[in-house]
Every structure is written in structure tokens, then in C-alpha cells.
Design a protein around this ligand. Structure first.
Ligand code: SAH
Length: 249
């Protein structure tokens, strides 16, 4: 029952690779996959690549070649929901592809051939992931990012949007969020891979869950916040959350 841990960026993966026991590096489809044991559990670590197609290829390899039992994504995202701040953590309940539009043939955002606009994550695995995040946020030993006002990071659960665009401008962020919210899809965060992995996992019947730490507010400061956050916090978040999650599986 191997768990795949997908990261978007090498900085998010490095701590996990360092902790891997009996590590074996396999390359396939131009990608590196790390097999081994993490905290006593069999895992495959992989980089998703950036964007929906790269992430779909990686997820397909994990399902087809590694026959993983579940896929867990740990990454960063831009916060777009109200009260979703830098340093907060979002566990996805479901995903939408914000750049999919085959209307009027299909509802806006619906991927043709799938039942609705939202691509659901696995509820049991997501509940474990939320539990792991909650344990991390509570454990005093973990030096989590605290924003300048001294507010502690919060866990949010809900809808995350993916598309092939790094959103670095408040106007683009509003244009993306407002129509979704008006249609009843209150989106918390935006990133570039999760919805593609969710879609592949639905195709293969592989349980999927995703956690995204908020690195920026997808606004005019995103390019400033983003590199700083990745260098200083993202990898530490991933390590702690994955350690807690593997204990629960
Ligand atoms: N600087 C990186 C590129 C990062 S692209 C490099 O040079 O390789 C942004 C990554 O972070 C994607 O994996 C995406 O999923 C996530 N992300 C974080 N903030 C985002 C935002 N505001 N908009 C879209 N994706 C975001």
C-alpha cells in the first residue's frame, strides 16, 4: 500500500528525500521518482512538474507504473478566499479548473466527460490530511510561519482552483474568483496542478488528497512573497505534515 507524495517544487521535496530510508531513484518519462520508506511507511516521492499537463503525466506514471494506493499532494498556493492569509494551510475538498471553458456546450469550468464543475478529492484521505495539518499547527515544537501581525496560521478546507497561470495581480485574481463565487463555488486558493491530478486520480480510482500552504495572496506582491516563502517555509511545512499524515495511514 504505497503512498505517493507529490511536490510541485524541489524546495518542497528536499526534506522528504533527505529523510527517505532504503532510497531508490528511478527515472521514467523524464522524471525522477524516489522509492523507499518514510517514517516506516512505503512511499514514492515525485515532483509533479509545474502546470496541469506536467502534473497529469506524473500522476499517470504513479498510477500505471508504481500502482500507488493513494496520492497526496503537498505544495504552495496563492490565497484568494477571504481570510486566507500567507502562512495558512488549505486542505482541498475539491478542485476546479479555472481555465476550462467549453461553454455553451458544457457548463463553464466543467471538464467535458466529468459529472460536474468540481473534481472531488477522497474524503477519508482528506480527513486524515486535515488531521495531520491540525496536529502540526497545534504542536508547539513546530516553528510554523507566523505572519507579521502575530496571527497563528489557520487551517481552511474547501475548493481550490488550478490553471496554467501564475496569478500575480489582484485584478486577475478577482476576475478569476468573482465569477466562481457568483456561481456558488467559493474558491479558497489558486495553484497550477491539483485539478489535473484530481482528474487523473478519478480516472484511475486512486484516492487523492492535497494540502497547499499559502505562499502569497495571488496579488501584485505575489512575485515578492513567493520566492521568500519557498526558501524559508515550504519545505518545513511539507516535512511535518507528511510525518503526521503517515502516522495516521
Ligand atoms: N519560481 C518557480 C515557479 C513557480 S510557479 C520556478 O522558478 O520554478 C508557482 C508554483 O506555486 C506552482 O507550482 C503553483 O501551483 C504554485 N502557486 C503558488 N502561488 C501561486 C499563484 N499565485 N498562482 C498560481 N500558482 C501558484
Amino acid at each position: 500500500m504505497t503512498t505517493a507524495i507529490l511536490s510541485a517544487l524541489p524546495e518542497e521535496q528536499s526534506g522528504l528525500v533527505d529523510s527517505l530510508q532504503q532510497a531508490r531513484r528511478v527515472t521514467h518519462a523524464g522524471r525522477a521518482f524516489w522509492e523507499g520508506e518514510l517514517h516506516g511507511k512505503p512511499v514514492v516521492l515525485a515532483l509533479s512538474g509545474i502546470g496541469k499537463v506536467a502534473a497529469a503525466t506524473t500522476a499517470t506514471v504513479l498510477a500505471e507504473r508504481f500502482r500507488v494506493a493513494r496520492i497526496v499532494f503537498t505544495g504552495v498556493a496563492g490565497g484568494v478566499g477571504e481570510g486566507v492569509r500567507v502562512g495558512d494551510v488549505v486542505v482541498a475538498r475539491d478542485y476546479v479548473q479555472h481555465d476550462m471553458d467549453a461553454s455553451p456546450l458544457f457548463a463553464r469550468w466543467q471538464v467535458p466527460g466529468y459529472p460536474g464543475v468540481r473534481l472531488p478529492c477522497d474524503s477519508a484521505l482528506s480527513a486524515h490530511l486535515s488531521g495531520a495539518v491540525g496536529a502540526c499547527l497545534e504542536s508547539a515544537g513546530v516553528d510554523f510561519h507566523v505572519n507579521p501581525e502575530g496571527r497563528l496560521p489557520r487551517l481552511h478546507e474547501g475548493l481550490v482552483a488550478s490553471g496554467d497561470r501564475f496569478v500575480t495581480c489582484a485584478q486577475v485574481s478577482r476576475a478569476l474568483r468573482e465569477p466562481l463565487v457568483a456561481a456558488g463555488h467559493d474558491v479558497l486558493a489558486v495553484e497550477m496542478e491539483g485539478a489535473a491530478v484530481a482528474q487523473v486520480c478519478l480516472d484511475y480510482g486512486v484516492p487523492f488528497a492535497a494540502v497547499r500552504t499559502i505562499s502569497d495572496r495571488a496579488d501584485d506582491d505575489a512575485h515578492v512573497d513567493f520566492p521568500l516563502f519557498i526558501q524559508t517555509v515550504a519545505s518545513r511545512y511539507a516535512d511535518h505534515i507528511v510525518r503526521h499524515l503517515l502516522k495516521l495511514l
